[in-house]
Design a protein around this ligand. Structure first.
Ligand code: GLA
Length: 722
């Protein structure tokens, strides 16, 4: 049983395969946190309140319970806990923001409830959920905290429902879904930093006394930070030490706070924060928060990554519409906006000859979209470019023997478009403020249901009957001057959040309307690389930077929180890759880290290059399953040595795929001894690429891989057990 509620002691225990989480209802009132760590009998943690004199306490309980220093399950603002809070609620009758809910009841149930309008993790047959109900007599609100246990991947998720049962309106002013107090220790914080073209660069810094945060105020989870983060023992490595991972199943602005207090306890909070979100709750209304997730491992950082990978694959990603992931040839880096029916059909014919099975027509096919200044919002094919219509064109593309994919950017509008001219009030805007543009575009007000319905109608009109297998869904600017003409003044704090609900609604509509098509997500590359988007999109365009050197850093970083199965990796035209065999090889080996694709002008490459691409696709197909579902082990960190090395192992170690990629010239030719600890001791493995044999013992002890004198070098071992 994953969840045990002991009514007598007020203690509640949650168990996953290898972890345990314990809380207690102190005095039958206050949910205190006791333990989160490995599953072990020694984990029978007891309530302790560090003696402290300069803090408020309830006379009734004396110095046994100081809210400011106890480990709390879910801390409230203004009630004696001076650390960062998970919730601040303002009573709009008396104006006061003191927030306190106390325990009322606990129950558990099989599976989980759906989160209306939001993406959430799917249950399996082992999933159980704990519901803690808390209430507040002053506001009359009920707070239900949910803990869902995903046993298979050592993940516990958290979200809440707030119901206003009182007779006066309240406003949610700070909203965090997950709070975890971690006992005193020396910790590091691992986060993603970055920007456009350099997403998810891993940063590891010491956790200090005080408050640290990562966040987005951009209306998107962003290239700049990402909601995924880890807290790990200062000495934790890939294989050793305690590590905790956190993430949000949400794609908009967020706040993650890490705060270490006077006693050394580190509080982790993840949620919507207070700057970009508040919510009015009238009597009788309720609010359901998005979901947040956490995972723990005592076997190092690598295991937390693998837990998260498994969680995404088993509980987040949509069903696969195809047996294999499409190997795409995308038109963007080949032609940018200069496309038409004839060119794209010929492009498809060439793609098919090289073994690529899908052609994606990127930007430039609709409205007056011949550059990025016009046309967004006008979802009808450009008649000059597609004189016989989209349907006929798509059928011709498919007649070349490939699947057909198409680019869309539903959430945006160019001021130079029919849509904006007809509905200037349909974009996000603040009263009296000038509108700023970004890439010449404005953000549509997806918080307005009319806009979402209009988009459904226009896409239905243009796509009905067109045999589309693949959508590339882009989103190319961030939100400022946030306001919605469709919402009343008292609900303007809800705009960015309601925007996301509108976006999710449209994603669900696409998934339902086109069940046989898959969605590749994109936001100027990997600007919405998050669990919310992964719920509806099978893969995400990792970065607009397709240069292989930078990609090793981006892919290495991404692997900390997200599985290879979502990471679109394209071989592109950079550095004359197509004609230089060495570069071609380097690009391909670097790209062999997720669903494969290509992005260049195939008309300009030689027959030799085409032959090479055909072989690459065939090789990818041989190891695709392992990349999509295998367990990932990182061996070398490019941030430390300029070399990225990792391997995937199938569940029973029958198959192992190791990649070593080196970014720079190494005149000294360094030798790396790389231990493949997942290899089976007594087995013999054959490398499918060289035919060479290795004993399991030898692989476990470490094989030597020598760097190359020249940079831009990568090699792969595809080991199969005999
Ligand atoms: C974004 C995407 C690119 C491409 C262009 C099209 O920048 O990241 O891959 O689709 O938009 O305008």
């Amino acid at each position: 049983m994953p969840i045990k509620i002991d009514k007598k002691t007020g203690r509640i225990t949650l168990k996953t395969r290898r972890t345990m989480y314990v809380m207690e209802m102190k005095y039958g009132k206050y949910p205190v946190h006791l333990y989160y760590g490995k599953l072990s009998p020694k984990a029978d943690a007891e309530y302790k309140c560090p003696l402290y004199s300069f803090a408020p306490y309830y006379e009734e309980y004396g110095w046994e319970y100081f809210p400011d220093v106890v480990m709390s399950e879910y801390p409230f603002f203004g009630s004696g806990d001076f650390r960062a809070s998970a919730m601040k609620l303002r009573h709009l009758g008396n104006g006061n923001d003191t927030t306190l809910f106390t325990f009322r009841s606990a129950r558990k149930f099989r599976g989980r409830k759906a989160l209306p309008g939001l993406p959430f993790a799917e249950a399996d047959r082992h999933t159980e959920t704990l519901e803690l109900t808390l209430n507040d007599d002053v506001t009359g609100c009920l707070l239900k905290l949910y803990y869902t246990v995903f046993k298979d991947c050592d993940v516990i998720s958290r979200y809440f429902i707030l119901e206003n049962k009182g007779d006066c309106a309240v406003r949610l002013e700070k909203t965090m879904m997950l709070a975890l107090d971690i006992p005193k220790g020396d910790y590091d914080l691992l986060t993603f930093t970055g920007g456009h073209c350099c997403e998810r660069s891993l940063q590891r810094t010491p956790v200090m006394r005080g408050n640290q945060s990562i966040f987005s105020r951009r209306g998107a989870s962003s290239h700049h930070f990402n909601p995924f983060m880890m807290i790990a023992d200062r000495k934790a490595t890939e294989e050793r030490g305690n590590a905790y991972g956190f993430n949000l199943v949400y794609s908009g602005s967020f706040l993650n706070e890490i705060e270490t207090d006077q006693t050394g306890t580190t509080r982790v909070l993840t949620g919507l924060g207070s700057e970009c979100f508040n919510w009015l709750l009238e009597p009788g209304e309720s609010f359901t928060s998005p979901e947040a997730v956490m995972s723990f491992s005592s076997d190092g950082i690598g295991q937390v990554s693998r837990n998260m990978h498994r969680f995404v694959r088993n509980h987040i990603l949509p069903p696969e519409p195809f047996e294999n992931r499409p190997v795409v040839l995308n038109s963007w880096e080949a032609f940018y906006f200069n496309i038409d029916a004839k060119l794209m059909t010929e492009f498809a014919a060439e793609a098919a000859k090289c073994g690529m099975d899908t052609v994606v027509m990127d930007d430039g096919w609709f409205g007056k979209r011949v550059n990025d200044h016009a046309g967004l919002g006008d979802w009808y094919e450009n008649p000059d470019r597609f004189p016989e219509g989209l349907k006929k064109f798509a059928e011709e593309v498919k007649a070349q023997g490939v699947k057909f994919g198409i680019w869309i950017e539903p959430e945006m509008v160019n001021p130079d478009s029919d849509l904006f001219r007809a509905h200037p009030e349909w974009c996000i805007r603040a009263p009296g403020r000038e509108l700023m543009v970004s890439r010449s575009q404005l953000v549509l007000d997806m918080a307005n249901g009319e806009v979402v319905e209009y988009l459904k109608r226009s896409f239905k009109k243009v796509f009905d009957g067109v045999p589309i297998d693949y959508f590339k869904w882009d989103m190319n600017r961030h939100m400022c001057e946030v306001g919605s003409p469709a919402l009343p003044p008292e609900r303007q704090g809800e705009v960015a959040y309601r925007y996301m609900l509108g976006v999710y609604e449209l994603f669900r509509w696409f998934n339902e309307q086109y069940p046989n098509a898959m969605i590749e997500n994109c936001s100027g590359g990997g600007g919405r690389y998050d669990l919310g988007m992964m719920k509806y999109s099978s893969q995400i365009w990792t970065s607009d930077n397709t240069g292989p050197v930078r990609r090793t850093y981006i892919q290495h970083g991404s692997s900390f929180g997200y599985p290879a199965a979502v990471m679109s990796c394209h071989v592109s035209n950079h550095h004359d890759a197509c004609e230089d065999p060495r570069m071609r090889e380097f690009l391909f080996r670097v790209a062999l880290n997720g669903p494969l694709g290509y992005e260049f002008n195939i008309f300009k490459v030689s027959d030799d290059a085409k032959e090479a691409f055909k072989k690459q696709v065939a090789e990818f197909r041989r190891c695709e399953k392992l990349i999509m579902t295998g367990d990932l082990y990182r061996l070398l960190d490019p941030n430390k040595c300029g070399k990225y090395c990792y391997y995937f192992a199938s569940e029973n170690s029958k198959e192992i795929l190791l990649t070593f990629a080196q970014n720079f010239d190494d005149p000294r030719r360094t030798v790396h001894k790389l231990k493949i600890s997942k290899a089976l001791q007594n087995a013999v493995y054959t490398d499918l690429l060289s035919g060479k044999e290795y004993s399991g013992e030898e692989l476990r002890r470490g094989i030597e891989i020598e760097s190359s004198e020249q940079g831009n070098y990568a090699m792969t071992l595809h080991l199969v057990r005999k």
